[in-house]
Write a protein that binds this ligand. Structure first.
Ligand SMILES: *Cc1c(COP(=O)(O)O)cnc(C)c1O
Length: 381
C-alpha cells in the first residue's frame, strides 16, 4: 500500500458495534469483564485503549514498522527510550538538537549516572573515538533543530549495528512522509506527534515505532508501568491529522522551497539554512534519505543583532510568533530565547545558533501571502 492510502486507512476500520466510520473516542478508564480475567483484550485504560490502539497501528504503518507505542508527549516517548539505560551507560547524541531532548539528558538522566556526549554525527571518526563499552544509545535528530543540518541516517545506524548500540532517530522534523529511518537501519523512531502528525497545533502527543519485538515489549511495559499515556481524545486528534499528512507536508515543502529562495534575495538576510539548496552541506544526503526537503527554514540577519531579530519577529501578521512547528499555519520563532533557551549560549554559538537566528515553520497557506508578510516585517529593520 502506498503512503497516502496508508495514512487514511492503516489501523482504522469501522467500529464493530455501530459501524461508525471514524474511530470513536473511547472515553473510558475501565472495561467490563465477563468473569475474572475474561475480557475482550481491554482491562484498564492506562494499559490499553481502542482509540490509542488504532493510532498506534496507523503510526507504525506510516513508518513501515511493526509496533507503535504512544505516549503523552514527544518527551514522554523519549523518556521511555532513555529508561532502557542503566546507571553508567552512555549516549552519543546529535549536537544540534531539540532543547527539551538536551534538557532531559543533561538535567534528569545525568543525575541517574547516564552520560550524554554531543557530537556531529556525520563525523564518524569523532563518534568512533567516543564510543566505548558503556555506549548503549545513539540519539539521532535530522534535519536538526534549528540549524537544519542533515545526519546520514544509514551511516550512523550501520555503525550502531556494528557496535551493538541501539539507534533512535527523532523523525519529528521530517515526518514519516519524507523519511523512514527504520528502512535505513534505525532500531527506534521517535515522533513528537504534536508537530506534523497532528498537524493542527491542537494536541500534544508522542510515539515510538520499532520493528523489534523485544524493544516494543519494553516500551509497552514502560508505557503501562510509568503511565505517561495520551488520552483518547488526543489519540483521535492525531488520527484525524495523519489522514491528511501527505497533503499537508507536500504543500508545506513546496512553500518552504519558495520561501527559502525568497529570503536569500532579501537585503536584510545573511545566511539561509535550508537543505534543499544545492550548496547546503547536507544536500546530497538529504536527497538520498528524504522525499522532499521539509517545511522548515532558518535564517540569520545581517549584523546578527538581537534587536533586529526582535523587530522582525514582532513584525509579521500571518507568521505567528510561537514555539512549535508542523501545523497548517505558519509560525515564526526565535530559538535562542524560545525553544533553545535551555541550551547554554556558548553551546548554542558553537553550532551557529546566533542571537539573530530566526526559525520558520512554513504552513500550507498561499505562498505569495507568506512572502509579502515576511517582506513587510524585514522592511521594518
Ligand atoms: C517538539 C519536539 C520534541 C518534543 O515533543 P513534545 O511533544 O513537545 O514533548 C522532540 N523532538 C523534536 C524534534 C521536537 O520538535
Amino acid at each position: 500500500m502506498k503512503f497516502g492510502t496508508k495514512a487514511i486507512h492503516a489501523g482504522v476500520s469501522p467500529d464493530p458495534t455501530t459501524g461508525a466510520v471514524m474511530t470513536p473516542i473511547y472515553q473510558t478508564s475501565t472495561y467490563a469483564q465477563d468473569a475474572p480475567g475474561q475480557h475482550k483484550g481491554y482491562e484498564y485504560a492506562r494499559t490499553q485503549n481502542p482509540t490509542r490502539t488504532a493510532l498506534e497501528a496507523n503510526l507504525a504503518a506510516l513508518e513501515n514498522g511493526k509496533h507503535g507505542i504512544c505516549f503523552g508527549s514527544g518527551l514522554a516517548a523519549m523518556d521511555a527510550v532513555l529508561k532502557l539505560l542503566s546507571p553508567g551507560d552512555e549516549i552519543i547524541s546529535t549536537n544540534d538538537l531539540y532543547g527539551g531532548s538536551y534538557r532531559l539528558m543533561t538535567r534528569i538522566y545525568a543525575k541517574y549516572g547516564i552520560k550524554a556526549h554531543f557530537l556531529d554525527l556525520n563525523d564518524l571518526e569523532a563518534v568512533k573515538a567516543v564510543v566505548n563499552d558503556k555506549t548503549r544509545l545513539f540519539w539521532v535528530e535530522t534535519p536538526t533543530n534549528p540549524m537544519l543540518n542533515i545526519v546520514d541516517i544509514e551511516a550512523i545506524c550501520q555503525l550502531a549495528r556494528e557496535k551493538g548500540i541501539w539507534s533512535c532517530v527523532d523523525n519529528t522534523f521530517a515526518s514519516p512522509f519524507l523519511q523512514n529511518p527504520l528502512d535505513l537501519g534505525a532500531d527506534i523512531v521517535l515522533h513528537s506527534a504534536t508537530k506534523y502528525l497532528g498537524g493542527h497545533s491542537d494536541v500534544v502527543l508522542g510515539a515510538l515505532i520499532t520493528n523489534q519485538d523485544e524493544l516494543a515489549e519494553q516500551f509497552h511495559f514502560f508505557q503501562n508501568a510509568a503511565g505517561a499515556v495520551p488520552g483518547p481524545q488526543d489519540c483521535f486528534l492525531v488520527l484525524r491529522g495523519t489522514k491528511t499528512l501527505h497533503l499537508r507536508v507536500e504543500r508545506a515543502c513546496q512553500n518552504a522551497a519558495q520561501i527559502a529562495e525568497f529570503l536569500k534575495a532579501q537585503p536584510q538576510v545573511d545566511q539561509v539554512y535550508y537543505p534543499g539548496f544545492t550548496d547546503h552541506p547536507g544536500h546530497t544526503t538529504a536527497k538520498k534519505q528524504m522525499r522532499m526537503f521539509g517545511g522548515m527554514v532558518s535564517f540569520d540577519l545581517k549584523g546578527g543583532k538581537l534587536d533586529d531579530a526582535v523587530k522582525a519577529l514582532s513584525g509579521t501578521h500571518l507568521f505567528t510568533l510561537a514555539e512549535s512547528l508542523g501545523g497548517v499555519e505558519s509560525l515564526i520563532g526565535h530559538p535562542a530565547s524560545m525553544t533553545h533557551a535551555s541550551i547554554p549560549r556558548a553551546e548554542r554559538l558553537k553550532v551557529g545558533l546566533t542571537d539573530s537566528l530566526i526559525r520558520l515553520s512554513v504552513g500550507v497557506e498561499d505562498v505569495e501571502d507568506l512572502q509579502q508578510d515576511l517582506k513587510h516585517a524585514l522592511g521594518q529593520l
